[in-house]
Design a protein around this ligand. Structure first.
Ligand code: HEC
Length: 154
């Protein structure tokens, strides 16, 4: 084998080996949990300002409600993707319950229903604050519907 080719292959292995082999199963499972929590943190970063308005801690701004609700509607369908890998066999720092992988289909449906509630909230901004309040209540209920079954209560 020509020397150059050999050294090219060797360096390629050196570069890719850590990516493929470095993480243990435990580390990969913990990383999955952190990705999931990160997604929910982003969701709540859009949810928080709307909650503040509903609680009258922030001035009402229909454009912000609409934009944030649209972002939430985009993010929530990612929940089934990031929870796809069953990590119930691992001892992780997580509030995710094993029941997620016992009824992954129902879990996924709850994510879809919540995304729909977020779209409804975005649409409700066209009908004024009363409609927004009602649609926000429904969105909050849809978060809770999933948490009640699939997130550890604290
Ligand atoms: C389909 C299920 C599902 C839906 C819908 C859902 N969540 Fe969650 N949420 C979870 C699970 C499971 C966890 C626990 C994740 C973990 O700890 O690994 C979680 C965790 C969280 C956390 C804590 C994140 C952290 O670790 O800091 C917040 C905040 C949160 N959710 C807010 C919301 C809000 C707000 C909504 C609605 C707009 C919502 N969730 C909708 C399943 C859901």
């Amino acid at each position: 084998m020509p020397k150059l080719l050999f050294s090219l292959i060797f360096s390629a292995l050196l570069i890719t080996a850590p990516l493929t082999f470095a993480a243990s199963d435990d580390e990969r499972a913990q990383a999955a949990a952190e990705t999931r929590q990160g997604l929910l943190k982003v969701v709540v970063s859009y949810f928080g300002p709307i909650l503040g308005m509903v609680r009258q801690q922030l001035p009402y701004d229909g454009d912000v409600v609409k934009n944030n609700a649209e972002q939430i509607a985009t993010l929530l369908p990612m929940i089934p993707h990031v929870f796809q890998r069953d990590t119930s066999a691992f001892d992780l720092d997580t509030e995710a319950l094993d029941s997620i992988w016992e009824d992954y289909e129902d879990f996924s449906e709850k994510a879809a229903a919540s995304a729909q509630a977020a779209s409804n909230l975005a649409a409700a901004t066209a009908d004024g604050q009363g409609a927004v309040m009602k649609a926000f209540g429904a969105l909050g209920g849809s978060c809770k519907a999933c948490h009640d079954n699939y997130r550890e209560q604290n």
